[in-house]
Design a binder for this molecule. Structure first.
Ligand code: THU
Length: 138
């Protein structure tokens, strides 16, 4: 049983390390590996704004760099917004490269509302398998 509360707590803690002097919008992401290890990432901004990298992608790139590719869940904390803020489109694409459609995702801001969803819901019909099924069934 995956403890999403504990995973979210790690994302929230990581958000404290975000480097976001321009947007003042800190993001922390925590990836749960199959063996129970948790890898975190934060958004790292730059004075050339387009060079900013989101928390979710930094978490994935860190984990993959450490030889980890088996992820079962992801939590994202955005403590500077009251409401939940989901991953951007670029991050969804990168996440689906490594997380299976049934991987659990939770995101929340500082308020009570939490979104609990899956990678497949965030980027449906993404896998080659799904696309092949679509093209051969019509
Ligand atoms: N950001 C993330 O880190 N992840 C998201 O899913 C949304 C946006 C960052 C990028 C930028 O540093 C700040 O949040 C404001 O867009």
């Amino acid at each position: 049983m995956i403890n999403m509360d504990a995973l979210f707590a790690e994302a929230r803690k990581a958000a404290e390390n975000a480097y976001a002097p321009y947007s003042k919008f800190r993001v922390g992401a925590a990836l749960l590996c199959k063996d129970g290890e948790i890898i975190t990432g934060v958004n790292v901004e730059n004075r050339s704004f387009g060079l900013t990298v989101c928390a979710e992608r930094n978490a994935i790139f860190t984990a993959v760099g450490q030889g980890r590719r088996d992820f079962t869940a992801l939590a994202i904390s955005t403590p500077d917004s009251v409401d939940p803020v989901g991953p951007c489109g670029a991050c969804r694409q990168v996440l689906t490269e490594f997380l299976p459609p049934d991987a659990l995702v939770r995101f929340a801001g500082s308020g009570k509302t939490q979104i609990n969803t899956t990678i497949g819901a965030l980027l449906p019909l993404d896998s080659l398998h799904d696309l092949l099924q679509l093209t051969t069934s019509s």
